[in-house]
Design a protein around this ligand. Structure first.
Ligand code: ZN
Length: 423
């Protein structure tokens, strides 16, 4: 016997409910009914989707239960725990009566599409009905999209990471979390780089403890399930009420697709090549903008203020630098998550300096070259000077404090050029 559960959009920002916690609760109730959850999947859908739940996390549970029973238990738990009064909470639940090795191609393809593009509730409902899956929704029921994605996830994704999520005792929810900072840094250092994004060493900040009012105490992310569990257990904190290890597409860049710049359109996560055509400019709010062109199309790129020291890397770019940029496209602008320097401009043309008196020369008129106002010395044209570059070839990324759940940290490796990881 086997049944896969998918659920989504049970989060409440206001009340602090979270889909991973609900998944953990359902797993406990299934266990009480003698049903084993063999795998907990945390599947991040397209971060660019409108109406996204917090972090856009859908939950899949792989079980050895009888599908009807599993459905009833999950349905009752959502009825009980989802904060339906929250105007942004629209849960969906799907139960598939097969094991993870039997996920149909159409369901896997659907899951892949939810990460890289935008899909509709109708498409999710049609597919669920077509496959004979039991499904239900609450309110608008748009959570059925993530629920179907969570069912197909295991067959759609190939790169998996892990997160050990610990939960607080319910009577502490909404109060300040007690997590010993030095024990977090110690665990982060001991298991790095197998675990990552636990802390931000440069910013001297703990990253794994959320600030929202919800049930999560902390989450330890990494490439190995044993390492995330050991690191999690090494942290000193208030009592841990429960904990679950999720297998997840977090930290994988699953949302990015390589496209020519002219195909980088709104709602997509892209990697695109181009040449810097404007000097990076810091605008109001501290956001840094420049333009990138591939000869066919031009796109504005931005490093937002919260990306902090990443902006210094962007400010160090010069006209003529060849890059691969990665990020989500919104209103025609690529919101940078990482970029690779493919080649750096090493020289630039500047107005000549007078060889006699050292003053800056001035244009002597159209195609007349340059002339020193002070002593009359002339020069035929601009001077070529070499640029001292702080950047090197290879990949640069936002720091851990600014990382999106789905974005792949450089320390995980597998990139096509040298990397300059932020720790
Ligand atoms: Zn002069």
């Amino acid at each position: 016997m086997a049944a896969l559960i998918g659920l989504d959009d049970t989060d409440s920002r206001q009340e602090g409910m979270c889909s991973t916690y609900l998944g953990t609760q359902i797993a406990e109730q299934l266990a009480a009914a003698g049903i084993t959850v063999t795998r907990h999947v945390l599947f991040r859908c397209n971060p660019a989707a409108p109406h996204k739940t917090r972090g856009n996390a859908a939950i899949g549970l792989h079980t050895d239960g009888q599908p009807d029973r599993v459905f009833k238990i999950a349905q009752a738990a959502i009825d009980d725990l989802a904060v339906l009064s929250d105007p942004d909470t629209h849960p969906g639940l799907v139960v598939a009566p097969h094991d993870p090795a039997s996920i149909p191609d159409a369901v896997a393809a659907f899951a892949a599409d939810t990460v890289r593009s935008l899909v509709t509730v109708d498409r999710a409902l049609d597919l669920a009905t077509q496959q004979g899956y039991q499904h239900t929704g609450w309110k608008t029921g748009r959570g059925v999209i993530g629920a179907m994605a969570a069912i197909g996830a295991w067959a759609a994704n190939t790169d998996w990471t892990y997160e050990r999520i610990t939960y607080r005792e319910p009577d502490r929810w909404g109060t300040t979390r007690t997590v010993d900072r030095s024990s977090v840094f110690a665990a982060a250092n001991e298991w790095y780089p197998t675990i990552w994004d636990t802390v931000d060493r440069t910013a001297d900040t703990v990253v794994c403890v959320p600030h929202t009012p919800g049930p999560v105490l902390y989450g330890i992310r990494g490439d190995d399930p044993t390492a995330v569990e050991q690191a999690s257990a090494a942290i000193d904190s208030e009592p841990v009420d429960s904990a679950t290890t999720f297998v997840t597409n977090q930290g994988t860049d699953a949302h990015l697709q390589s496209v020519p710049l002219q195909h980088a359109t709104d709602g997509m996560g892209v990697c695109a090549d181009g040449t810097v055509t404007t000097t990076p400019e810091t605008r109001e709010g501290g956001h840094v903008f420049f333009e990138l062109s591939n000869g066919t199309a031009t796109r504005q790129c931005v490093a937002f203020e919260p990306t902090k020291r990443f902006r210094d890397r962007v400010r160090a770019l010069r006209v003529g630098d060849e890059l691969t940029v990665c990020g989500e496209v919104d209103s025609g602008t690529i919101k940078l998550e990482k970029f690779a320097v493919r080649s750096l401009t090493r020289q630039t043309q500047t107005v000549p300096t007078c060889p006699s008196c050292g003053r800056s020369m001035e244009s002597a008129g159209a195609e007349q070259g340059y002339r020193c106002r002070s002593c009359g010395t002339t020069a035929a044209g601009k001077t070529t000077v070499s640029l001292d570059r702080s950047l090197a070839n290879g990949w640069y990324e936002v720091p851990p404090v600014a990382r999106r759940h789905i974005a792949k940290p450089l320390v995980r490796g597998g990139f096509d050029a040298p990397t300059h990881p932020e720790r």
